[in-house]
Design a protein around this ligand. Structure first.
Ligand SMILES: Cc1ncc(COP(=O)(O)O)c(C=O)c1O
Length: 454
């Protein structure tokens, strides 16, 4: 007899991932039937016409096929050749062989150097693990923390569904804390304390707290003070911190900058709060989602625990070598005076400039719709507007109808979590600027129609 649903575990059946849920499945059906669909459901920049950064592609091409330097000697500038030589020497056997479980040592050294330069603090290559995208790092950390069905992880609401899905899969408890929409999605200590106290009342043993900064789906960027408050809270309650920092290059609001948890923790002098920080080649201006490059860095984790982390990483041998090389390109960018520098800066600034324009265009456009309220998109790649809906209508129903009528694919707020009784959706800022203006127009038109029908 073939496999049936009854053979599968409850955790698998209960796992949900809204970003690729039923609305996306319907969008694909409509597209197959010849409809033009504008996909605003997922942060996948190169699927929406973003061009790859030449630096990473030249290095990947040459590292995969070193003979190219003879076949096309002018295609690979000296700095690209130099970097590829380092990678190939560092990896010893090229990209077709497994590396050590944590990833190629010289790439981890480059990540450590990147952290030192970004934060002005020390970093240890042995505390860095290269992973297939940040997702695998997050899953590894959650796997370490969840050891019984009563173990809880605090997760922001709204959140990126990687967290809810993985906690469900590992049979832990998701402990929600609400971000303050009226206050630019900031975290308040009171909210954190209340959510923890509530979980404890239900017998949940809270082990960790997830913070996504810059935020998905909120588009918010939190400052050093807010980060320091969270670290203090984690310290007080013996929680590990999972700092999801994959959007660290995506900060658009004038006067704001990304601050890492590692830096604030260092500045506070905390040595007893365990920290997992995640980064990825998928976001920023790289958008190399398909290459699956990422890393996590651990701080304040005792050596017997790191031995277990290493053991768990070893079970899947190592992350993809092309992904590791993409990480190298992300952390070791062309320096002033090197052959690729000007091209790199031009490409990077063009992408970040476009994203900034679109962030403003989207939030301003949505705020002009009566019945909508959208916080400024200060960072990341998303807006998460709140809308009034006719009584009895859910945001999932509205998003499905928006797709059917206007060909726009967004994700309902319920997929990320929201205060009960409110309705939101998430849209990316990624469609090309002209298309994004059209997205706003179509959303406005459809929303007007929805409200006129009451
Ligand atoms: C907040 C956040 N974390 C992690 C990821 C995972 O990215 P990847 O696995 O491609 O690095 C994403 C992807 O959209 C994300 O938005």
């Amino acid at each position: 007899m073939a496999l049936s649903l009854a053979d599968l575990g409850k955790a698998v059946l209960e796992t949900e991932y809204a970003v690729r849920g039923p609305i996306v499945a319907r969008a694909q059906e409509l597209e197959k039937a010849g409809r033009e669909i504008i996909y605003c459901n997922i942060g996948n920049p190169q699927a929406l016409e973003q061009k790859p950064i030449s630096w990473v592609r030249k290095i990947l091409a040459l590292a995969e096929y070193p003979k190219l330097s003879e076949l096309a000697p002018n295609a690979f500038p000296a700095d690209v050749q130099e970097v590829v030589k380092r990678i190939l020497e560092g990896s010893k056997h090229g990209l077709g062989a497994y590396s050590e479980s944590k990833g190629v040592r010289c790439i981890r050294e480059a990540v450590a150097q990147f952290i030192r330069e970004r934060d002005g603090i020390d970093a240890d290559p042995d505390s860095i693990y290269l992973t297939d995208g940040a997702s695998k790092g997050v899953q590894a950390a959650l796997r370490m923390l969840i050891s019984s069905p009563q173990d809880g992880i605090m997760v922001p609401i709204p959140q990126y569904p990687l967290y809810s899905a993985t906690i469900t899969l590992y049979e832990g408890k998701q402990v929600n804390y609400y971000l303050d929409e009226e206050n630019d999605w900031r975290l308040s200590e009171q909210m954190l304390e209340e959510s923890l106290a509530e979980a404890k009342r239900f017998g949940v043993k809270v082990k960790g707290i997830v913070v996504i900064n810059p935020g998905n789906p909120t588009g918010a960027v939190i400052d050093a003070d807010n980060i320091s408050m969270i670290i203090g809270f984690a310290k007080k309650h013996n929680l590990s911190i999972l700092a999801d920092e994959v959007y660290q290059e995506n900060v658009y609001r004038q006067g704001q900058k990304f601050t890492s948890f590692a830096k604030v923790m260092h500045d506070r002098g905390d040595t007893d709060v365990s920290l997992f920080s995640f980064h990825s080649t998928s976001k920023g201006f790289w958008g190399e989602c398909g290459h699956r490059g990422g890393y996590f860095e651990i701080r304040n984790v005792p050596s017997d625990v790191t031995a277990q982390i290493l053991k768990m990483q070893s079970v899947s041998l190592c992350s993809s070598l092309p992904g590791q090389v993409a990480v190298y390109c992300m952390v070791r960018t062309p320096k002033k005076g090197e052959a690729s520098h000007d091209e790199y800066v031009r490409e990077r600034d063009a992408i970040l400039g476009e994203l900034k324009t679109r962030a403003r265009l989207l939030a301003d456009g949505l705020n002009k719709i009566p019945g909508f309220r959208c916080n400024e998109v200060a960072g990341a790649m998303y807006a998460f507007p709140r809308m009034e809906l006719p009584k009895g209508m859910t945001d999932s129903q509205w998003c499905m109808q928006l797709l059917e009528e206007e060909g726009i694919c967004v994700v309902p707020g319920s997929g990320f979590g929201q205060i009960p009784g409110t309705a939101h959706f998430r849209t990316t800022i990624l469609p090309p600027t002209k298309k994004l203006a059209e997205v706003v127009e179509r959303i406005a038109r459809f929303y007007k129609k929805t409200m006129a029908a009451i």
